[in-house]
Design a protein around this ligand. Structure first.
Ligand code: XMP
Length: 178
């Protein structure tokens, strides 16, 4: 698998150290009480598992499927909710987790839906945010790392369903995409 990676962008030790800091920020910022966490599948799975075990409070964890990328390296632009079940968030404080903030369309669409479903407040956390222009309404409240505008894999992020289990974030070799 390592042979398919052009370069490691963020290694495992650096990621887990940053997660300690993010977990402390989250614990400090949210009002006391049980927090509902929504993990966007499948990309945020690894990030969420490592982050949430560092947050020292009672959490209710839900997973949500959204589709926007459809396995390639370009965003399709449209965000769908393929599940029939949507998490119950009425009257709750919600922390929404995604792997990466790219155009921002995914977080924006999910946040809007959660608000429509009656969430009191929705905060967002991403492992990565691409350094590119986005409209102001689509930032994230907690960002692990800012990266350049390039396609990355690992630590939950995939190329055509593969490489999610890499323990670091890296850039694929072009030869791995053909
Ligand atoms: P938007 O554009 O809605 O995109 O912010 C968010 C979703 O797009 C996927 N994405 C990537 N996946 N490497 C990936 O493996 C990338 O570099 C990348 N950029 C965006 C991802 O699913 C994210 O949730």
């Amino acid at each position: 698998m390592r042979n398919d990676i052009e370069r490691v962008l963020i290694d495992e030790e650096v990621i887990v150290k940053r997660l300690d800091g993010m977990a402390m920020d989250i614990e400090r910022d949210f009002p006391a009480g049980t927090l509902v966490v929504i993990i966007l599948l499948k990309g945020a799975l690894v990030f969420a598992a490592d982050l949430l075990r560092r947050v020292p409070r009672v959490l209710e964890i839900e997973c949500l499927n959204v589709t926007s990328y459809h396995g390639g390296v370009e965003s399709s632009g449209k965000v769908d909710f393929p599940d029939r079940h949507f998490p119950e968030v009425r009257g709750r404080h919600v922390l929404l987790l995604d792997d990466i903030l790219d155009t921002g369309r995914t977080l924006h669409a999910v946040k809007r839906r959660l608000t429509e479903e009656g969430a009191v407040a929705v905060h967002t956390a991403v492992l990565l945010a691409k350094d590119k222009p986005r409209s102001e309404e689509v930032g994230a409240d907690y960002v692990g790392f800012e990266i350049g505008d390039e396609f990355v894999v690992g630590y939950g992020l995939d190329y055509q369903g593969k490489y999610r289990n890499l323990p670091y974030v890296g850039v694929l070799k072009l030869t791995a995409t053909v």
